[in-house]
Design a protein around this ligand. Structure first.
Ligand code: M6R
Length: 627
């Protein structure tokens, strides 16, 4: 949940670290700090609040060193304050930490018994104490890290430096991500490649319980037992510009606007446009991730078909917005491929001892590929003998590495904490997956497959038109924000979209919103409706149109203000709605890709109008790497 940057090299560490932390601020933003070598000692500067507060403090601070570490925090142990901000320092050791040390109470008690003076409420500082004790005995930062690795339990990624060894930083992890960036005569250790993309595109992804020793820019990774390892160097193709706002007021708005392109990029690898056919490229079932790029596509497709043919049921596991995408996936896969699909929130799946019969495919969806619960869920599924398939945006992320087979969203970096383009890309890939699965299972004819492909191909340009709702919501936000609550309703594939719309409003505008299956209203929520309640009703022209219209009438009869999203010039729907928002005519399979965009824009504009920080909503972080 926190962002880490470590730097060793000839550039000014202050500039490199602060620039890197800016790219990572989406991971946590309640305090920040740096520790940088200056005249043979590490000088630490920390500030409560957003990175801007640290930048102001740092303006007047000179540094002459070549080594430093920095951190932007999302509080777990100990509230957001300067004394709890990282780096933590103990007798020449400086350290930044992302994660949770689960046995912190035992460590703290033992340290206090040995006379340690603990100056923060964090679990992280305790690791600095352990390292300080060890370096005094061993005289080596690397050895000290290796000695304490078994004594700390939980989820952590840590970078440490030591005053007495100014040419070295040591990093280690178990859980949250840590990546080593390899530059010309310089090395970076970061939570996410975005932090140093302007300097290098070459990275080593650390696996759990590995330790990296960076000494005078020589990089050596060790196993937990201290054996030297040869690690693969991955070239990342994300550009630096992709992580800039490019003239938009917020990353979220930029990412909403990118959707025509990102949706096209998501489907592109899987479509044979001339033949209107779908095939899943480079799923690479049971191929090690590093061999994926070199796969013979024809051979892989043959293997993918063989593997998927044997699948009799699917579990789709994810969190938050990715879970709503999974719910859309259920409708697609069950209707198109006639395979039973169960969806589950990862934090529930992992603790309910799920029964996974033979021939089950467990599919996990995660933009970041680092969500702790989803990662634990895929590991559990493997333990139980299931075949696993990941759908991630970040290649080489922990979940991607864990899976037997791999699909990608291809969205490019998503920086706004609220997920937008990754969601529509996921829906696009799920459309391809469902059509490919239907083809393999023989449940769809070539004509039906062509219809699905044509519907997908039309979406990028249809999305261009839907973006016009940007203006509409910027103009109506002033009025909309006065409602006491927002009820989003839909049926079929529109039901998860109703939930996604409500989640966007909650997380960005801090307004009370509920997403409901429209048919469930009379079982309780109808009682909520009065004239101060806005009803966002999804009524596309699909097989459920008449049913949805009846639900709309029920809500209207109770005085709710109806904002309806429908298909084209639907006069009947327009007449019964206070506001009618037409969407392009499309097949039911792609309707969710189109209808979610106005809901994203609505949440964006309400939050912005209310003066909230759209890209960094309170209490949230982009990637949830702790339970
Ligand atoms: O990276 P993931 O897709 O695994 O993240 C899952 C959720 O944390 C994420 O979708 C979250 O709900 C977003 N803030 C929603 O906008």
């Amino acid at each position: 949940m926190c962002g880490i940057v470590g730097y060793l090299g000839p550039m000014n560490p202050k500039d490199v670290i602060v620039a890197g932390l800016k790219k990572l601020e989406y991971r946590g933003y309640d305090s920040a700090g740096v520790a940088i070598l200056h005249q043979g000692k590490t000088k630490r500067v920390r500030a409560e609040g957003k990175l801007k507060a640290l930048e102001e403090k740092l303006q007047a601070e000179p540094f002459d060193g070549h080594l430093g570490i920095g951190h932007t925090r999302w509080a777990t142990h100990g509230g957001p304050s300067e004394r709890n901000a990282h780096p933590h320092q103990v007798r020449g050791i400086s350290l930044v930490h992302n994660g949770i040390i689960e046995n912190y109470a035992d460590i703290r008690e033992a340290l206090l018994a040995r006379g340690a003076e603990i100056s923060s409420d964090t679990d992280s500082e305790l690791v600095a104490h352990l390292l300080a004790e060890e370096v005094e005995k061993t005289g080596s930062l690397l050895k000290s890290v290796q000695n304490i690795l078994d004594r700390i339990h939980g989820a952590f990624s840590i970078v440490a430096m030591w005053d007495q060894d100014p040419e070295t930083m040591v990093a280690f992890k178990d859980g949250p991500p840590l990546v080593v960036g390899l530059g010309d005569n310089q090395t970076f250790v970061v939570s996410d490649v975005q932090a140093c993309l302007q300097y290098t595109k070459k990275f080593i992804y650390l696996d759990d319980r590995e330790v990296v020793h960076v000494h005078k820019n020589k990089v050596q990774v060790y196993s937990a037992k201290g054996e030297p390892l040869t690690k693969k160097v991955v070239e990342v193709d994300w550009s630096e510009e992709a992580v800039e706002k490019q003239g938009h007021a917020h990353f979220m708005l930029k990412e909403i606007y990118e959707q025509p392109r990102s949706v096209a990029a998501a489907m592109e690898p899987h479509l044979d446009i001339d033949k209107f056919k779908v095939r899943l490229k480079r799923v690479g079932f049971n191929q090690p991730l590093e061999r994926l790029e070199g796969l013979d596509i024809e051979a892989d497709w043959q293997n993918t078909q063989k593997v998927l043919k044997g699948v009799e049921r699917i579990f789709m596991i994810a969190c938050g917005t990715s879970n709503y995408a999974a719910m859309v996936g259920k409708y697609l896969l069950e209707k198109i491929a006639k395979v039973p699909v169960e969806t589950d929130i990862a934090s529930e799946f992992r603790y309910r001892d799920p029964v996974l019969p033979p021939n089950t495919l467990v599919m996990t969806i995660s933009q970041s590929g680092e969500t702790a619960d989803t990662l634990a869920a895929i590991r559990l599924a493997k333990e139980k003998g299931a075949l696993t398939l990941s759908l991630c945006n970040v290649r080489g992320s922990s979940i991607d590495r864990e899976a037997h087979g791999h699909l990608y969203m291809n969205s490019g970096p998503e920086i706004g904490v609220a997920s937008t383009k990754a969601f529509t890309s996921t829906l696009t890939v799920l459309n391809c997956f469902a059509a490919a699965f239907g083809q393999i299972k023989g449940t769809i004819s070539p004509g039906e497959e062509k219809t699905y492909v044509q519907a997908l191909l039309a979406t990028p340009s249809q999305l261009e038109g839907v973006l016009a709702y940007d203006k509409y919501f910027s103009e109506t936000a002033e009025v909309l924000k006065t409602y006491k609550g927002f009820l989003y309703m839909g049926r079929g594939v529109s039901f998860p979209i109703a939930m996604e719309g409500a989640l966007k409003l909650k997380e960005l505008a801090y307004l009370h919103a509920e997403g409901y299956a429209a048919g469930e209203m009379k079982h309780g929520p109808l009682a909520l409706i009065d004239e101060r309640m806005a009803i966002i009703m999804l009524v596309p022209e699909d097989g459920l149109y008449e049913k949805s219209m009846s639900n709309l009438e029920e809500a209207r009869a109770r005085g709710g203000k109806i904002i309806a999203l429908g298909t084209g010039e639907d006069e009947k729907l327009r007449r019964v709605s206070a506001e009618y928002l037409p969407l392009p005519k499309a097949l039911w399979t792609v309707n969710p890709i189109l209808s979610v965009v106005p809901l994203q824009l609505m949440a964006y504009h309400l939050a912005d109008n209310l003066g909230y920080d759209v890209d960094q909503p309170r209490n949230l972080a982009k990637s949830v790497t702790v339970e």
